[in-house]
Design a protein around this ligand. Structure first.
Ligand code: 13P
Ligand code: SF4
Length: 358
């Protein structure tokens, strides 16, 4: 079962209509000045910076330095919720800001730009997803965190990539059938791992979808000693060659703990900042996104994550611009499915650590 025809081209239409703009790179002098202003503003505004591993290295440095957190999307949600600051600044993409707001409605949640979204979110409009759910009333609705608040509100469970397999296995063990959305590759991976009966929405991540199985095989032949780390938003031909499949935090853990010197990494290349920091001396190779089986050359970097920069971060802290708002009625429903995930993670005592946990 796949999504309705009309949704298929939604992300492509969106790109044509809203060309995105990566944040400018400031000069070295301006960089220093912006970083000083941001440090000062975070203190003055009782704000904490929570950044995703795919964002610019300077934002990650600032988050770490100022007592914030750099992590995967599950840990970003948990950290923002538990931190006492009255303002949470989320450097990442929109669903991450919305999740922070849903979990902490009393806090002010700012983002460097509200334009930063995600192809999975765009490709899963709430009304069409809701129709899809209505067609399968016998199934438990499990959605990926990379969705709008309205889609989360329609779901029974929200999961991130670090916990998705465990949640679906748990539901499968209870005899439940699953409706999964929106990432078809992650859904397929979960189905193969758990054996659960799943129908999938037909969405994808435009970054991970570009990793190529055939070219990865060639690179592995060149580096037979390398271990392969893959984010499960990647196609099966890539996932099937992995030594470790996992969320961004899980891949970071693997690079530190596996007994190998060389790694081929199939995820957004923003993660190399933290990988180099945590595993200095290890050789990290980008998994191929181009080559004979590619239709175009991809840079393996999320265009929306790239919209977060020092200038727009300083601007929102100084002006309060780009604040996230979520309709309280929608947020109340979305909170139920988000809290199921957090409670499940808590029960399992999952060591999902971001750098703010030190
Ligand atoms: P993580 O939950 O692994 O951080 O993934 C979020 C994401 O958007 C990956 O593309
Ligand atoms: Fe969405 Fe892919 Fe960007 Fe992650 S990398 S935010 S899944 S488009």
């Amino acid at each position: 079962m796949s999504k309705p025809e009309s949704v298929t081209d939604t992300p492509i239409r969106y790109f044509r209509e809203q060309p995105f703009q990566a944040a400018d790179v400031p000069s070295p002098a301006e960089r220093e000045e912006l970083m000083a202003r941001i440090r000062e503003q975070l203190k003055a505004r009782d704000a904490v910076l929570v950044a995703h591993y795919y964002t610019d290295g300077d934002l990650q440095i600032l988050a770490d330095e100022t007592g914030g957190c750099v992590s995967d999307s599950l840990e970003m949600a948990r950290f923002g919720y538990e931190h006492p600051a009255s303002t949470v600044v989320v450097a990442g993409v929109r669903f991450m800001g919305e999740t922070a707001k849903i979990l902490s409605p009393e806090k002010r949640v700012l983002m460097p730009t509200l334009e930063a979204t995600c192809s999975l979110d765009i490709g899963c409009p709430a009304d069409e997803f809701s129709d899809f759910c209505d067609q399968h009333p016998d199934r438990v609705v499990v959605v990926y965190a990379n969705t709008s608040a309205a889609v989360k509100a329609r779901a029974d469970w929200v999961v991130t990539s670090s916990i998705a397999v465990d949640v679906v296995r748990h539901l499968h063990d209870q005899g439940e059938k699953i409706l999964w959305g929106p990432d078809k590759y992650l859904g397929d991976y979960i189905r193969r791992e758990t054996g659960a009966d799943m129908v999938l929405w037909d969405g994808s991540c435009i970054v991970h979808e570009e990793f190529k199985g055939v070219e990865l095989e060639r690179l592995r032949e060149e580096y037979p000693q390398a271990r392969v780390l893959v984010h499960p938003e990647s196609p099966a031909a890539v996932v099937d060659q992995a030594d470790v499949v996992g969320s961004t935090s899980q891949l970071l853990k693997a690079v530190q703990t596996l007994d190998a010197d060389t790694f081929i990494v199939a995820t957004d290349k923003g993660i190399f900042h933290k990988m180099h920091e945590l595993a200095p001396g290890k050789t990290l190779l980008e998994a191929p996104t181009a080559g004979r089986s590619a239709t175009c050359t991809s840079c393996a970097h999320c265009p929306w994550m790239a919209m977060n920069g020092l200038r727009n971060l300083a601007h929102v802290l100084e002006t309060g611009d780009q604040e996230i708002h979520v309709d309280p009625a929608v947020a109340e429903k979305a909170l139920v499915s988000l809290n199921r995930m957090l409670a499940f993670g808590q029960q399992q005592k999952r060591p999902v650590l971001g750098t703010g946990d030190a």
